[in-house]
Design a protein around this ligand. Structure first.
Ligand code: ATP
Length: 290
């Protein structure tokens, strides 16, 4: 299965561009979308979910035009939007039955499927109380369950880990990795460590454009050898910030540990290269002076 997106542009109005000449090919497995606010992640996901139409450009799923024939993807789609709304008076069972009816999912196995999904998102014990009484994280988990109702082959999760506690993040990761062999899974997050642990490939976006898409090790390679750490007096941090892209700082007794990027080394500082992470690469690639 492959989703081929070519030269996609979404112009919301004269001044607002959601995506600009965006091309990407997405295969089976988990693709993580990383990008700062307004990068165009939700816009891309809405267009793939056929909620929104591109201004120009094409999307083909296994060779079929999904802008012209949205039903082709809708039948096999699971989608968790960023602003997922629930019906507060329904309990989890009733809500999932309602969504199943909307999606045309039925049959003898529906009850069993709902039970399995509720178990998968750890909501079995709370399934009979109104969703309006749920915490933010529990609502997010019912959102994840509804996206999986129709046994989808294309799964789109916009910020799925928002509101989830660490234990539930692990559970979500497990759920996704069980599905990844068989599906295209696209998910966005602001949290680099979430993407790092879930995604096979990462697409880094900024200002409606794709900066790069590759397997994680290949993205990290782009900054390997350029990431340094040094321990300096607290008063010296500002001078380093003025000269280099500082990724992170942390207090260490009466000094400050500074992690920064340099293309040419930093011989004036007693700095050593350290092994790069996805977060280093992400911050480097989306830095304003890039
Ligand atoms: N309905 C809309 N009308 C006008 N402009 C919009 C609309 N939706 C999004 N935009 C603009 O399109 C650009 C991309 O927004 P989008 O929501 O896709 O980014 P994002 O990467 O998902 O951001 P975030 O991480 O904040 O959710 C932004 O400049 C945004 O203001």
């Amino acid at each position: 299965m492959s989703l081929v997106i070519k030269d996609l542009t979404k112009q919301y109005n004269k001044h607002k561009t959601g995506l600009s000449d965006y091309s990407i090919t997405i295969e089976k497995g988990v693709l993580g979308l990383l990008g700062p606010n307004g990068a165009g992640k939700s816009t891309l996901m809405k267009i793939i979910a056929t909620i929104s139409k591109p201004t120009t450009g094409t999307l083909f799923l296994d060779g079929e035009d999904i802008v012209a024939n949205p039903d082709r993807i809708r039948k096999i789609l699971g989608y968790l939007p960023q602003d997922f709304g629930v019906y507060p008076n329904l309990n989890a069972y009733e809500f999932l039955e309602y969504i199943a009816a909307m999606k045309g999912v039925g049959g003898n196995n529906l009850r069993k499927r709902i039970d399995l999904l509720l178990e998968g998102v750890n909501l079995t014990a709370d399934a009979k109380r109104p969703i309006g009484t749920y915490s933010g994280g529990m609502k997010q988990r019912i959102g994840i369950a509804q996206a999986l109702l129709n046994d989808p082959k294309v799964l789109i999760f916009d910020e799925p880990t928002v509101g989830l506690d660490p234990e539930e993040r692990v559970r979500f990761r497990q759920l996704i990795s069980d599905l990844a062999d068989d599906c295209i899974i696209i998910l966005s997050s602001h949290i680099v460590s979430d993407i790092e642990t879930i995604a096979d490939e990462v697409a880094i976006m900024k200002n409606g454009k794709l900066i790069t898409k590759a397997a994680q090790p290949d993205i990290i390679k782009l900054v390997e050898g350029k990431v340094f750490e040094t321990l300096v007096d607290n008063n010296d941090v500002a001078a380093i910030k003025a000269k280099y892209q500082v990724i992170d700082t942390g207090r260490q007794k009466d000094k400050t540990r500074v992690r920064f990027i340099s293309h040419t080394g930093a011989t004036e500082l007693a700095a050593a290269t350290v092994s790069a992470t996805l977060e280093d690469a992400y911050l480097f690639l989306t830095h304003d002076n890039k």
